[in-house]
Design a protein around this ligand. Structure first.
Ligand code: ADP
Ligand code: MG
Length: 323
């Protein structure tokens, strides 16, 4: 069975924020320390992601939009120990099938960069281009080739909220990377690099949330956790105030969210979710990231034990605070 077949293909691009997510992850994988995201017309008009990462060679750039072109995985065994963000070689191909894309990239070892223009009918041109080391990807007219999908988009406000959410989660996940988010010419977020998680939370989620937080630390053979959870007094609620990072990857997990909630027992009114910004370090062997096409969900081995550990970590964090 080939690696390609083992990797379930699926819908990766649901909305503008999915593009931003995939391109940011590529920039991170390329060791960028500076990532700029510029959005026009809530992402459907234009999205530009510019990074200062390692860039692509002329050859790599020429094949980057082919389905299952990935430089990150060679053997099926690699799937069990994935540490890079991307690995399916699906994102660029998927984006180019629903938008008009211009890639400009250069590696340090090459004097000239490469520009690739591609859209839903394939590669339009590959030319040389002068450019700084790194990669910039411009995505125009998202879903121009799939008008039905465009109709499913929500309001501009909602789509922008999704984009802000993706960038915020990545700011927390990669504190040593500086992110800038510009929406319709206005700087919406700017995370300086090397800030503390708490400073980022103030900036991204507001001082009221940051003030309500207590530290949470937990260590066992199976898992270590560090970060912050809110005191029960915080009245703001919602899953958008929960950021879970597993081995540096922002993920959504009902299991983790439920376990955190459970640690509060009756301290929170029914239906209210606490804020939680938590880093989980788990042996990658115990994390299956190949569950969801957009890699948003993970499956954990030792689910029960991990849930029990989280509940007790939350209890301890809250109890320590009320001493
Ligand atoms: P994946 O990330 O799963 O490998 P993608 O379709 O997202 O697949 O990207 C395809 C390939 O293009 C990557 O494996 C990488 O080699 C290259 N690439 C994409 N984006 C960048 C970037 N910002 N900087 C350097 N290389 C990139
Ligand atoms: Mg990728």
């Amino acid at each position: 069975e080939s690696t390609i077949n083992k990797i379930a293909a699926g819908e990766v691009i649901e909305r503008p924020a999915s593009v931003v997510k995939e391109l940011i992850e590529n920039s991170i994988d390329a060791h960028a320390t500076d990532v700029r995201v510029e959005i026009g017309g809530y992402g459907t008009k234009s999205m530009l992601i510019v990074d200062n990462g390692i860039g692509m060679s002329h050859t790599d750039a020429s094949i980057a939009f082919k389905k299952h072109a990935t430089s990150k995985i060679n053997r099926i065994e690699d799937l069990d120990s994935i540490l890079t963000m991307g690995f399916r070689g699906e994102a660029l191909a998927s984006i180019a099938s629903v938008a008009k894309v211009e890639l400009v990239t250069r590696q340090e070892s090459e004097l000239e960069g490469t520009k690739v223009v591609v859209d839903s009918s394939g590669i339009r041109s590959i030319t040389s281009a002068g450019t700084a080391v790194g990669t910039s990807i411009l995505v125009n007219d998202l879903f121009y080739s799939t008008p039905a999908r465009k109709k499913y988009l929500k309001s501009a406000r909602t789509e922008i909220a999704h984009i802000v959410d993706v960038v915020s989660r990545n700011c927390l996940a990669h504190p040593d990377v500086s992110f800038t988010l510009i929406i319709d010419g206005k700087v919406t977020l700017r995370s300086p690099s090397s800030v503390k998680m708490l400073d980022s939370i103030v900036h991204l989620y507001g001082a009221d949330v940051a003030r309500s937080l207590v530290p949470l630390e937990y260590d066992s053979d199976l898992i270590s956790i560090s970060g912050y959870i809110s005191k029960p007094e915080l009245t703001r609620s919602g899953k958008d105030l929960q950021v879970f990072l597993i081995n540096g990857r922002p993920i959504f997990s009902k299991q983790l969210s439920n376990a955190v909630r459970l640690g509060y027992y009756t301290l929170l009114p029914k239906g209210r979710y606490p804020a939680a910004f938590l880093n989980f370090t788990i042996n990658p062997v115990n994390v299956d990231v190949n569950v969801h096409p957009a890699k948003r969900e993970v499956r954990l081995s030792h689910e029960k034990e991990i849930s029990v550990m989280i509940v007790s970590a939350v209890e301890k964090a809250l109890a320590r605070d009320s001493l």
